[in-house]
Design a protein around this ligand. Structure first.
Ligand code: HDD
Length: 694
């Protein structure tokens, strides 16, 4: 029975006119922000039953006003992101390299918060855009918060931070029309980068598969800049940071990325959330390339130039420890949206280099948090708060939530015990690097080689990776309708590699075109560097991957059981798809609730698929365009496809020959070994030239 509204004596009713459930004697009561218990949250205060509303209704006004102010400015870049909690653990003490506390003791787990992001799109854009991915980690160390704010690509577009607003404006929607969203495939971006030769190396990466990762769990991370590490003796080494995912580095195929954008705009965040909920905790290894200033002086590029990487053949990786993400956020806004990363947040033992991009970033991030979070007290928000004690005489400001006590807010003082005080021995000291020179606005000559490392990247790719780079350039420049920009870009590509330029020109229908652009310094011809190719190093494994299984009522129990077991044994996830999402019965009457219905789960959502309808349902399944597309798309996306005999008609309709290649595997009688072996290869690269001609 409905409770009586105490003030009016009338029944509380909700929007549907149904009696509304109210609180029991011992339950938590709904209150205003002042703690006033609310009796009726369904109806505004009015004069009479059908009369005008009263301004007096402070309860309604408080609720609506709060709602009106719910949004804060989204990040000017990296607006769309997703994060999780976890820990970092060093493998051993790295005391010889750094005095940073979190890298000393292998028994200590340092809490971390890690946010992944796309750069260009708004917070509401889609996950699979071609873009750099942000890779930010906040370490809550005993010596204060350390933020490693990196990307999944080891180099950057520009060499000096003063150019960052122009770069970002060029990639954002064009200011008059406000499109395209989350795309670099438009005139202003290509105009800007084609007028900035320093972008060429980064463009090679961004047109490659690295810019369309399969999962946040399957991408690398890089600190990009050269940083410093300093040990207790005051000895310093330069370092470059690398994160390597345990699952290996994998990417989508472009056509797949485009289709996933429609089928599941939240593809990457859902993947991360689900993996953590399933206790399949993603893991990365943190390494550094550590080198001395003397070594740096020998390289034929400048380590302060963020458009350059250090080939691992020159400086191998030193593994430091691992990061495990094991807890999803409780509240997206409170944590993921409000987390504030700043490259200037360092701890003793880690310091900066003179990289001009890094130096500019040291200013920009604190500044942006002030406007985004609206107060210099953003460090008091729980996700930003250091987990070690912190105390100083900074006071007041918007949304001060702490209540500092005492009479004094200045330092030094001889009142109030003089606390808190500096600690010259353990406090942060900047590395005493020798610096001198004239005040200049000038780009170092040592930054002038824009093409050699772009060429290094191109030469290090496998054939499929090179094909995709050509496809990336052709797609993006195809969307740029200014011929002069395209020809300028073709000119740059000629300096990177003649074959690359030719292939892109052919794909654009612009064979033989391209401006002659004279490099400022001669372009080198480096030997390929294996670790740059993600597919050369890719593990042959189904760990963390997703198998899509299309079945119907009457599906074979034995096959289902074997697939479940195989998926489990390989550390893969199994997703059952059926024509409808309601419960279905297998041949032996087992009740199975599919995870997806066919129209809502195209095969792009899975890494490999199996099609196993019941014989009696095969004909009706073959009538459905979604089922035919399932196979057609999986084939075009180079996936391994398992089938049972009953699915034959579907393959005929999809024009996919059962003997097309080794990636089409008969799994009748629950023979799964060959399927699993093939699926571990991830893609059937040999199929690509047949299904996708450039
Ligand atoms: Fe930046 C956000 C990474 C250059 C200015 N940046 C931001 C984030 C990442 C990066 C991962 C998202 C942080 C989060 O998850 O909240 N940015 C990079 C890397 C760069 C880089 C790897 C080059 C190596 N950035 C860069 C420059 C500037 C900025 C040169 C400005 C001079 N970046 C910002 C920013 C953002 C930001 C405007 C927006 C939101 C934020 O800082 O917190 O300050």
């Amino acid at each position: 029975m409905a409770k009586q509204n105490q003030s009016s004596g009338k029944t509380n009713v909700g929007h549907g006119g149904e009696p509304h459930q109210t609180v029991s004697a011992d339950g938590v009561r709904l209150t205003t922000n002042q703690g006033l218990v609310i009796a009726d949250d369904q109806n505004t205060l009015t004069v009479g039953e059908r009369g005008p509303q009263l301004l007096e209704d402070h309860i309604m006004r408080e609720k609506i006003t709060h709602f009106d102010h719910e949004r804060i400015p989204e990040r000017v870049v990296h607006a769309r992101g997703y994060a999780a909690h976890g820990y970092f653990q060093a493998y051993k003490s790295h005391a010889s390299l750094t005095k940073a506390g979190f890298l000393q003791d292998p028994s200590v787990q340092t809490p971390v918060f890690c946010r992944f992001s796309t750069v260009a799109g708004r917070a509401g854009s889609f996950d699979t855009a071609r873009d750099v991915r942000g890779f930010s980690v906040k370490f809550y160390t005993d010596q204060g918060n350390y933020d490693l704010v990196g990307n999944n690509i080891p180099v950057f577009f520009i060499q000096d931070a003063i150019k960052f607003p122009d770069l970002v404006h060029s990639v954002k929607p064009e200011p008059d029309r406000d499109f395209p969203q989350a795309q670099s495939a438009h005139n202003t971006f290509w105009d800007f980068v084609s007028l900035n030769s320093e972008s060429m190396h980064m463009l090679m990466w961004i047109m490659s598969d690295r810019a369309i990762p399969r999962s946040f769990r399957m991408m690398e991370g890089f600190g990009v800049h050269t940083f410093r590490m300093i040990n207790k003796k005051g000895e310093s080494k330069f370092v470059k940071f690398h994160w390597r995912p345990k699952l290996g580095t994998f990417s989508l195929i472009w056509d797949e990325a485009v289709k996933i954008g429609g089928a599941d705009p939240d593809f990457h965040r859902r993947d991360l959330w689900n993996a953590i909920e399933a206790k399949d905790f993603p893991e990365w290894e943190l390494s550094v390339q550590a080198f001395s200033e003397a070594q740096a002086a020998e390289f034929d590029f400048d380590v302060l130039d963020p458009t350059k990487l250090i080939p691992e053949e020159l400086v191998p990786l030193t593994p430091l420890g691992k990061m495990v993400l094991n807890r999803n956020v409780d509240n997206f806004f409170a944590e993921t949206e409000q987390v504030a990363f700043c490259p200037s947040h360092v701890v003793p033992g880690i310091d900066f280099s003179n990289d001009p991009l890094l130096q500019g970033r040291l200013f920009s991030y604190l500044d942006t948090q002030l406007s985004r979070l609206g107060s210099p007290n953003f460090h008091q928000i729980p996700v930003n708060k250091p987990k070690c004690p912190f105390a100083n005489f900074q006071r007041d400001g918007h949304m001060q939530t702490e209540v500092p006590t005492g009479r004094v807010a200045n330092e030094p003082n001889s009142l109030d015990d003089g606390q808190p005080r500096e600690d010259p021995k353990n406090g942060f000291t900047s590395f005493a690097a020798e610096e001198s020179g004239k005040k200049l606005r000038i780009r170092p000559e040592s930054f002038a080689d824009y093409y050699t490392q772009a060429r290094l990247f191109w030469k290090s790719m496998t054939e499929p990776e090179q094909r995709h780079i050509v496809g990336g350039f052709a797609f993006e420049l195809g969307k740029c309708d200014e011929i002069k920009i395209r020809t300028r870009m073709l000119g740059h590509l000629k300096n990177v590699d003649k074959k690359l330029a030719e292939q892109v020109a052919t794909a654009l229908g612009m064979k033989g075109q391209g401006d002659a652009i004279k490099p400022r310094v001669p372009v080198g011809d480096p030997e390929p560097s294996k670790p740059l190719s993600q597919y050369t190093a890719a593990p042959k494994s189904l760990l963390g991957k997703k198998i899509g299984l299309l079945i119907t009522t009457g599906a074979d129990d034995n096959l289902l059981k074997e697939i479940r077991e195989a998926a489990h044994a390989e550390g893969a996830m199994l997703s059952i798809v059926a024509p409808t999402v309601g419960e279905i019965e297998t041949s032996k009457g087992e009740k199975v609730t599919p995870e997806h219905f066919l129209a809502g789960a195209p095969s792009v959502l899975f890494d490999c698929i199996i099609v196993a309808p019941a014989k009696e349902k095969a004909d009706s399944l073959a009538q459905q365009a979604d089922a035919v597309d399932w196979i057609r798309n999986a084939f075009a996306h180079l996936k391994v496809i398992g089938y049972t005999e009953a699915a034959t008609e579907l393959f005929i309709k999809a024009s996919v020959a059962l003997d097309a290649d080794d990636g089409i595997v008969d799994v009748s009688d629950a023979k799964l070994d060959k399927f699993i072996e093939q699926a571990k290869q991830y893609r059937v690269w040999d199929r690509e030239p047949k299904v996708r001609s450039m």
